[in-house]
Design a protein around this ligand. Structure first.
Ligand SMILES: [Zn+2]
Length: 303
C-alpha cells in the first residue's frame, strides 16, 4: 500500500477535507511562559522569591550610568550581551517561612501582581504574619493595599526607623496613602536588629535615607536580601559608581554597593536582589573595577 505524504494529499485535491486534520497535528503556540515563584530551603527556613511584575523599558541610560558616556554604556552592555537601548525590569518580593512566621519582604507595584505570585506559590494573603518594607518607594509598597482594601489583614509591619521618619515628613502621596493608615501596626528597626530570630537588618543607605538589606540565616546557611542596593545585574555590579536616577544620595549608594558587594564576594554568600532577573538569586565575584553577577544555578536547591 502506498503511504500518503502531505505532498501527495495536496496534489490529489483532497487537501480541503484533510486540512483540519493536518492543522491539529501541530501544537498551538502558547506564548512565552514566566514562572511566578521559586522556592528553596535555607537551613530550617523556606525562601520563596515571588515575581510580582516584569516589563521592558526603553532608554535605560536615563536611569543607569547617568555619569557614564553613551559609548561607555554601550560598550559595557555589548560586553555582557545585553542591549544598551532597552532593559527588562523585574519586581521580586521574597517570602521567608521560618516555621513560626511567614515573613514577606516588599510588596510589588500593586496587590494584583503580588497576589498572583503568592497564589502560585501556594500561600494566601491571610497567612502573612509580617510584612517587611526595605524602603518606601512605590514599587515596594504598592501591594500593601488596593481597591479591595488592605492586602494582608493579619500582618504586622516592620521597617527602618530612619526610613519611616524620612517619609513621614516628605509629603509623599504613596506613603501618606498606603503607610500612614497602618502606622500603629509598625515596628521600627535600627541597623543590626532582628525582625524575627534569624532575620537581621543591615544598613544599606543611599538608595533611600534608611534603606535596609537583611541578613537571613538558618542552621548555618545564609542569604542576604539586598533589595535596591543594586538595580541591575550588569550596570550596578560592573560599575558600582555609575549613578542611578532613583538613588537619592548617589555617593552613599555607590559606597554601600562597594561595601556590600565586596562582603558578598569575600564570603561567597548568596543574595536575592529585588530588580535582578527572576528568580533574582545569585552570587558575586570581583571583576575588573567592579563586580560580576553569577546567577544561581543549582546551589540552593541541592538536597
Ligand atoms: Zn525598587
Amino acid at each position: 500500500m502506498t503511504r500518503l505524504t502531505r505532498r501527495m494529499v495536496l496534489a490529489s485535491g483532497a487537501a480541503a477535507s484533510l486540512t483540519p486534520f493536518l492543522a491539529q497535528a501541530q501544537a498551538p503556540m502558547l506564548g512565552a511562559s514566566t514562572p511566578l515563584h521559586y522556592r528553596f530551603t535555607l537551613g530550617a527556613f523556606e525562601v520563596t522569591p515571588l515575581l510580582a511584575g516584569t516589563g521592558t523599558r526603553d532608554k535605560p541610560q536615563e536611569t543607569f550610568g547617568l555619569n557614564a558616556t553613551p559609548e561607555e554604556f554601550a560598550a559595557l552592555s555589548a560586553e555582557n550581551l545585553i542591549p544598551a537601548d532597552r532593559s527588562q525590569n523585574f519586581f521580586t518580593p521574597t517570602l521567608v517561612n521560618t516555621g513560626k512566621e511567614l515573613v514577606l519582604f516588599d510588596t510589588g507595584l500593586n496587590p494584583e501582581g503580588l497576589l498572583a505570585a503568592l497564589t502560585s506559590a501556594g500561600y494566601t494573603a491571610d497567612q502573612v504574619d509580617v510584612v517587611v518594607l526595605t524602603h518606601m518607594h512605590g514599587d515596594h509598597i504598592g501591594g500593601i493595599a488596593g481597591a479591595a482594601g488592605v492586602t494582608f489583614a493579619k500582618a504586622r509591619y516592620v521597617t527602618g526607623a530612619i526610613e519611616h521618619n524620612h517619609w513621614s515628613g516628605a509629603a509623599n502621596e504613596g506613603f501618606d496613602k498606603l503607610i500612614k493608615p497602618l502606622n500603629d501596626k509598625f515596628t521600627f528597626l535600627d541597623a543590626g536588629q532582628d525582625v524575627v530570630s534569624g532575620i537581621t537588618s543591615v544598613e544599606a543607605y543611599g538608595h533611600t535615607p534608611g534603606h535596609f538589606a537583611y541578613h537571613i540565616e538558618s542552621a548555618g546557611q545564609r542569604l542576604m536580601l539586598t533589595a535596591d542596593m543594586t538595580n541591575h545585574a550588569v550596570w550596578s555590579l560592573a560599575r558600582p559608581d555609575w549613578e542611578v536616577k532613583f538613588d537619592m544620595d548617589k555617593t552613599a549608594a555607590a559606597t554601600t554597593r562597594r561595601r556590600i558587594l565586596g562582603q558578598l564576594a569575600a564570603d561567597k554568600t548568596a543574595f536575592v536582589a529585588y530588580h535582578l532577573p527572576f528568580p533574582a538569586l545569585g552570587y558575586v565575584e570581583t571583576r575588573g573595577e567592579g563586580f560580576a553577577h553569577i546567577p544561581m544555578s543549582y546551589q540552593l536547591i541541592m538536597g
